[in-house]
Design a protein around this ligand. Structure first.
Ligand SMILES: [Zn+2]
Length: 264
């Protein structure tokens, strides 16, 4: 039975109307299986890699939401979708060949502009409908297939991601070593992406790809990229701790909350 499509303001063009289901990342980029989404507290209570059966919201179609109008969804999918999918297949292939720990430089064959634009389309979806109002330059950038050069206040970072939970987090302000970072993050194997707004990246291991925006739409590039492999166990942007680090710090903070110091 066909359900009525949700209506709302498109996260990119802002027009009010029926919204279409947007896979984040695109369906062909390994996003065609059921996924479970849950909030930070649920994920923390659950602990890393415990069974998620019966918890969170299950999305049978893969990860995504109703955020874009049909026009924006189709246009951007048509322009950027396949080129982005190729990039994901290469990433997955490198991870398979190296058993999840690439230690060398690997060649990537790609259309950089389409890839960074698809990444930004996903960030529009994940961020609320108000994000477009504050970021009109970014709207123009993704709705014009051939537009080049990202305004310098937007910086995009990437990493390999194969361990943990998928992130889909709108702009959050983080304090790290006395610095404020406004970041949004999406992770879904084989990659994770961070969008930093007017700020430094939350972690120095992240690999910057903002320069992908300097290529023409039909300009093909071969690049050597050396990306870090980072886990995403908690629904908290910029957090790449492994399971042991999380368990230890969680246990320590519980002891402190109970008034027992580490020296007891
Ligand atoms: Zn639209």
């Amino acid at each position: 039975m066909a359900r009525k499509r949700p209506e709302g303001n498109c996260h990119i063009c802002g027009e009010f109307g029926p919204l279409s289901f947007e896979h984040i990342p695109p369906k062909k980029a390994f996003n065609n299986r059921p996924v479970i989404s849950m909030d930070f507290n649920q994920a923390l209570e659950l602990g890393p890699n415990e069974p998620t059966k019966g918890k969170g919201n299950v999305q049978q179609k893969g990860m995504g939401t109703y955020t874009l109008c049909e026009r924006c969804n189709n246009l951007t999918g048509h322009w950027y979708g396949n080129r982005f999918v190729d990039w994901c297949y290469q990433g997955m292939n490198i991870l398979h060949r190296t058993n999840g720990s690439p230690t060398l430089f690997y060649m990537n064959y790609m259309f950089p502009l389409a890839i960074i634009k698809q990444i930004l389309v996903m960030f529009f979806s994940v961020n609320g409908s108000g994000f477009r109002n504050a970021n009109q330059e970014l709207v123009d950038f993704v709705l014009n297939r051939d537009a080049k050069y990202l305004p310098p206040k937007y910086r995009v970072f990437v990493y390999y991601n194969i361990e943990g939970k998928s992130r889909k987090i709108g702009p959050v302000v983080l304090w790290r070593s006395g610095q404020m970072h406004t970041v949004s993050e999406i992770s879904y194997p084989p990659f994770g992406y961070v969008l930093a707004l007017d700020s430094e990246p939350p972690d120095s291991q992240l690999f910057e790809i903002s320069h992908f925006a300097r290529f023409g739409y039909n300009e093909f590039a071969v690049m050597e990229l050396r990306l870090p492999v980072l886990p995403t166990h908690l629904m908290f942007p910029g957090d790449y701790r492994n399971e042991n680090e999380i368990r230890e710090q969680y246990a320590r903070s519980k002891r402190i909350a109970q008034g027992i110091s580490d020296n007891d």
